[in-house]
Ligand binder design. Structure first.
Ligand code: SME
Length: 155
């Protein structure tokens, strides 16, 4: 069950190398992480599309909520705090937004460029407590790499 985040980071670098298109890269990164991590049911991005408003971006998994303001949900908490959110049991997180009823635990990594949140990277699992602190740390490292992509295309 444990993920080698050094290898995942190398894979992320390899599949994005030489490709300048942000959406193409986020799409493949969603697919990479969805298929490399065990026991996940949703992996993807919500992108900053207006002040304090996240809109669904590239993802893998079931149909999801379209719009998440910074004031709502685990994604909003990540965006507001600019800190990775590790949620052991989403049913104990008062403001959790249930897109897929199968989701029971979650990690959300804010993607921060020039001090501003430009997106969040969201992972859901059907298992309570699926994500450890090591997962949150590894995914945050991946987030730092994702911040190096071509985010000026989002404007
Ligand atoms: N659970 C998230 C909403 C997005 S879905 O998990 C894909 C939240 O509470 O912000």
């Amino acid at each position: 069950m444990s993920t080698n985040y050094d290898v995942l980071l190398e894979q992320a670098q390899a599949i994005t190398a030489g490709e300048p298109d942000l959406i193409a890269n986020l799409s493949n990164l969603s697919a990479l992480v969805y298929h490399e991590l065990a026991d996940v049911n949703w992996v993807g991005f919500y992108l900053l599309r207006a002040p304090e408003l996240l809109v669904l971006g590239p993802f893998q998994g079931k149909v999801a909520c379209l719009r998440i303001p910074f004031s709502r949900g685990v994604c909003g908490a990540a965006a507001r705090s600019q800190k990775t959110q590790l949620v052991h049991d989403v049913h104990e997180f008062a403001d959790h937004i249930a897109c897929d009823a199968a989701s029971n635990s979650e990690v959300v990594v804010p993607i921060i460029v020039n001090g501003q949140v430009v997106a969040v990277f969201d992972l859901d699992s059907p298992s309570i407590g699926r994500f450890s602190q090591a997962d949150a740390d590894g995914l945050s490292r991946l987030g730092r790499f994702i911040e190096s992509l071509n985010w000026q295309q989002l404007c």
